[in-house]
Design a protein around this ligand. Structure first.
Ligand SMILES: [Zn+2]
Length: 284
């Protein structure tokens, strides 16, 4: 099969789509983007092939496929990191990370590096009990994603001691992630890029979610990523979406439900092993 072309949209159309999202704030996006145009003349530029970048790799379909796109389509040198933060699904997530690390090392031996596994509870174990489900509904764990990305910035900066200059951090939120919290929105991402540039006193830092990078014309969802992955024979059934700790996907949690629907939307066979095999449309 021929490699699928990633769907692109105009910046105006993407901004228009963002106006319909309750967690997005177009005025903030425009203000931060104007800041970047003033400070460095651009908002985001895709690094040239061979540029070293840091990538947040969780073992989920979105992060695995995003990593594959950065390697295959853009020829970037990828330094992945995984955060062992106290999540229930850590073991199966790590299994996916290890599987795809082997896969990427084989297919891109000159570009892909072994992932760094960072053990940093997020939120801190001592306060996690305070952040009850009812309290964090609509926000998720406060600052969870910015903390993850900040660890990525520390890793990127630290690579300097090995003579590797890294100022690009990629993550992989998709369009619908912005429905659930400001921290996974385009607005949140732009704010994070500004924060890291200011905090580091260096305006060359770039922080983005590739599937949402408006400057690249992307406003992609999981089904778009799955279609691309299929066209390059990436074995996505080995990625991990489920929030549960069991080996197989539960088939009923939000992440599983979204995974099933995305395969349906992409009109692709879902080879994931589920404990509960009911079709997603039958789920509550
Ligand atoms: Zn599940």
């Amino acid at each position: 099969m021929k490699r699928a072309v990633l769907k692109k949209k105009s910046k105006e159309l993407i901004l228009h789509s963002l106006t319909k999202k309750t967690k997005e704030n177009i005025a903030i996006i425009k203000s931060i983007e104007n800041f970047f145009i003033q400070m460095r003349g651009y908002v985001f530029k895709m690094p040239k092939p061979g540029t070293p970048v840091v990538v947040s790799l969780s073992g989920g379909a979105d992060s695995v496929i995003t990593t594959a796109i950065l390697l295959e389509e853009y020829g970037l040198e990828v330094f992945p990191f995984f955060i062992s933060r106290g999540q229930k699904a850590e073991k199966p997530e790590l299994k996916s990370v290890k599987y795809f690390s082997k896969y990427f090392s084989k297919h891109y031996p000159n570009l892909y590096h072994k992932p760094v596994i960072m053990s940093v509870p997020n939120p801190a174990s001592e306060i996690k009990h305070l952040l009850k489900e009812s309290l964090i509904e609509g926000t998720g764990y406060p600052m969870r994603n910015s903390i993850i990305i900040e660890y990525g910035a520390q890793y990127a900066f630290g690579l300097g001691s090995e003579g590797v200059h890294v100022r690009n951090i990629f993550c992989s939120f998709v369009a619908c992630d912005g429905d659930f919290g400001a921290q996974t929105s385009m607005t949140g991402l732009r704010s994070l890029m500004q924060h890291i540039c200011i905090d580091m006193g260096d305006m060359t830092w770039q922080v983005t979610a590739l599937p949402l990078e408006k400057e690249m014309g992307f406003y992609l969802d999981k089904d778009d990523l799955l279609r691309w992955a299929k066209s390059v024979d990436l074995p996505v059934e080995n990625t991990r979406s489920c929030f549960g700790s069991q080996e197989k996907h539960c088939g009923v949690c939000y992440a599983c439900k979204h995974r099933k629907i995305s395969f349906e939307d992409a009109r692709l066979e879902d080879k994931t092993k589920y404990l509960d095999t009911r079709a997603s449309k039958d789920l509550p």
